[in-house]
Design a protein around this ligand. Sequence first.
Ligand SMILES: CCCCCCCCCCCCC[C@H](O)CC(=O)SCCNC(=O)CCNC(=O)[C@H](O)C(C)(C)COP(=O)(O)OP(=O)(O)OC[C@H]1O[C@@H](n2cnc3c(N)ncnc32)[C@H](O)[C@@H]1OP(=O)(O)O
Ligand SMILES: NC(=O)c1ccc[n+]([C@@H]2O[C@H](COP(=O)([O-])OP(=O)(O)OC[C@H]3O[C@@H](n4cnc5c(N)ncnc54)[C@H](O)[C@@H]3O)[C@@H](O)[C@H]2O)c1
Length: 309
Amino acid sequence: MAFFTHHVCRALSSSAVRNVVIKHVTIIGGGQMGAGIAQVAASTGHSVTLVDTNTDILKAAVKGIEGNLKRMVKKKFADKPEAGEEFIQKALQNVSTSTDAGSVVQGSDLVLEAIVENLKVKQDLFSGLDKLAPAHTIFASNTSSLSITDIASSTNRLDRFGGLHFFNPVPLMRLVEVIATSATSQETFDSLMNFSKMLGKTSVSCKDTPGFIVNRLLLPYIMEAFRMYERGDGSKEDIDVAMKLGCGYPMGPFELSDYVGLDTMKFIMDGWSADNPDNPIFAQSEMLNKMIAEGKLGKKTGEGFYKYK
Ligand SMILES: CCCCCCCCCCCCC[C@H](O)CC(=O)SCCNC(=O)CCNC(=O)[C@H](O)C(C)(C)COP(=O)(O)OP(=O)(O)OC[C@H]1O[C@@H](n2cnc3c(N)ncnc32)[C@H](O)[C@@H]1OP(=O)(O)O
Ligand SMILES: NC(=O)c1ccc[n+]([C@@H]2O[C@H](COP(=O)([O-])OP(=O)(O)OC[C@H]3O[C@@H](n4cnc5c(N)ncnc54)[C@H](O)[C@@H]3O)[C@@H](O)[C@H]2O)c1
């Protein structure tokens, strides 16, 4: 009897959370990643609400999306400028903005977070939204380095929580890592995979392990590049040229760090260092700390390892 009851309950709960076709997406965080994901989701016919605490960031995000769409359309619709203009207008009509996540999640199939890389801040966000979002709504995080299980633990929808890790710049990078925790339901995982496909991305599935696939491999590479530079083994320019021409990478480690954002790099490093205090790989970089203290966060502030103005 207990076996029967257990199976009926599973059947009921899985039909209550059947595959969700994601049409309306709330994206929280209007920085580089949030704006990029919003651009791609809106261009592929999804209705998107982009949320940030800062209205200037939201204005800049929409302006950036429009500029990027214009660049893309110039190439894609070279012989049909009118169709290109229609494509831009349709995509822009799909995007609205808000500074109040709580008031917009009601109509969302997916709430995707791309805010600062800090566990407590992400947990606070999701714990509040969990009380306001409909039961069917899937929650996902775009975290680079935090555990999806830890973020999801702030909610009561562990089966409807997963990771969707996009790459920067989102409109051009073709990969999405889809992360299922041990509690993520098959229906949620399938919905997230389908959503990534609808965005035109190739998905890989990975377990909720530190750094997933790409960052687990990328982090030691970038860290060693920093140490080489700090030791004076090579100039940053030479290290970048070496990796571009020697390995065919589109950017060297310092160009890529500027592109990702040095603040985000430090958040990632500090988190892993706190979890592994005795591992010298995660030791502080005085150079990185100094640059951040000086407001040199990379491309987004106009200066990092290189100048962009
Ligand atoms: C000791 C302490 C150390 C601390 C270590 C911490 C380590 C942490 C490491 C982890 C970081 C994790 C971050 C994250 O979680 C994961 C990532 O995202 S990693 C980043 C992945 N991205 C890359 O690797 C990017 C590599 N670069 C490229 O692929 C290319 O350079 C580029 C960005 C695609 C740009 O290409 P280019 O040819 O160089 O540049 P162009 O400017 O000519 O652009 C080409 C073409 O694209 C159009 N375009 C550009 N940007 C956009 C856009 N946003 N939207 C739409 N279109 C765009 C542009 O107009 C050009 O079009 P064309 O002119 O050809 O028509
Ligand atoms: N930069 C990258 O290359 C990259 C790539 C993949 C994943 N990520 C991850 O994506 C996330 C965002 O990174 P980013 O580079 O876009 O950062 P960013 O600094 O460009 O943007 C973050 C935005 O979140 C907003 N924000 C912060 N707290 C908020 C809150 N409580 N509610 C609403 N908005 C809030 C900020 O105002 C800011 O605009 C991080 O978790 C990062 O690790 C970054």
